[in-house]
Each structure stands twice: as structure tokens, then as C-alpha cells.
Design a binder for this molecule. Structure first.
Ligand code: FES
Length: 184
């Protein structure tokens, strides 16, 4: 006599499905956990390196710059290149109040800071607003091999300005000294 038929049909399929699904989730969890451990171990072993922009860099030849303020490197290098009949200097595009980036207005011949209204002239003297010091100038030199201007962004000229009716002024002769001015 035939026994009770085996439990087949939808119930078995559902059980098998749940078992397989459980196994799948288990393996996925294990994989994620091992992956996380491997990443953690790699991070632990790898030196922690931060990729900062170089502080000494070339900006092309003096002849690449015309008379006046050149804005081209403001975004990439935080500098303005200023050239006149005598030579060239590089001004750091960081406001001396709280560090915002001023803009050059050629019509007014002024740098104006959008944050709190500091105003500087083409030499970096403070002509208005809360800035307590003149704009920095960065050290410049000429590369002896390719003749390009080399800027040292961290070596900065920071003279004490004098309070005058025109603003906080620095004697321009004092600023036109090596390595902050390139006579051309
Ligand atoms: S940061 Fe430039 S005026 Fe305040």
C-alpha cells in the first residue's frame, strides 16, 4: 500500500527558495565584511598622502604678460601677475582681512574684496575697508635654463604699511627689491 505522498509542490519550492535566499544573503554579508576589512587594512598600511598644489611653480616667460594686471592664474594659482615699464611682480590673491579672493576692476584700477569690502590698489596698498595690511607679493625669479618666471608662493613680502589719508600705504621702492620684483 502506498504511503502518504511526500510533501511536494509549492511548499517545498518556497522552503527551498527561502533557504537559497538565506544562503545568498549570508555570502553577500560575508563578502561585504571581508571587503571592508581589506579596505581598512589597506588604508592602515598605505601612507596617508594629501595632494596639495605645488608651492613653487613656473608661469611662463615675462613676455607672456602685458602691461597691467593679468588675471589668468587667479583661479588656478591664487596669484595676479602685474607688469609695468620697469618689471614684473606677483601678488597673492588672498584678502588680508579674512582670506577671501578679491576681484580686479580694470576700469577703477582697484582690487575689491566681495566679502567685507576691502579695496586695494594695483600695488596692493589698502585703499578702503577692513583689511589691516597690504596684499602679499610672492617671490619671483627667472629660471636660468628656460627663462620662465618661477614663483615661490610661500615666500611672501609683508611690509608694515603706514596709515595715511589715502589708506594703508607702503613705499613702493621698498617693495621693488629681490626676490619680490623682477626688473626686465
Ligand atoms: S575677507 Fe576681504 S574684506 Fe573681509
Amino acid at each position: 500500500m502506498a504511503g502518504k505522498p511526500k510533501d511536494v509542490g509549492p511548499n517545498v519550492d518556497r522552503r527551498r527558495f527561502l533557504t537559497l535566499a538565506g544562503l545568498g544573503i549570508g555570502w553577500a554579508g560575508l563578502g561585504a565584511s571581508l571587503g571592508g576589512t581589506a579596505v581598512g587594512a589597506f588604508k592602515y598600511m598605505a601612507p596617508s598622502v594629501t595632494y596639495e598644489p605645488p608651492t613653487r611653480f613656473k608661469i611662463g616667460k615675462p613676455s607672456d604678460y602685458g602691461i597691467g594686471v593679468d588675471n589668468r592664474l587667479k583661479k588656478e594659482r591664487q596669484i595676479w601677475v602685474v607688469r609695468d615699464d620697469v618689471g614684473l611682480y606677483v601678488m597673492v590673491a588672498i584678502c588680508r582681512h579674512l582670506g577671501c579672493t578679491p576681484n580686479w576692476f580694470v576700469g577703477q584700477q582697484r582690487f575689491r574684496c566681495p566679502c567685507h569690502g576691502s579695496i586695494y590698489d594695483i600695488a596692493g596698498n589698502v585703499r578702503g575697508g577692513p583689511a589691516p595690511r597690504a596684499l602679499w607679493r610672492a617671490a619671483v625669479s627667472l629660471d636660468s635654463v628656460d627663462g620662465q618666471v618661477v614663483v615661490d608662493f610661500t615666500q611672501r613680502q609683508d611690509p608694515d604699511p603706514k596709515g595715511t589719508v589715502d589708506g594703508l600705504m607702503v613705499d613702493e621702492k621698498m617693495r621693488r627689491v629681490k626676490p619680490f620684483f623682477l626688473e626686465l
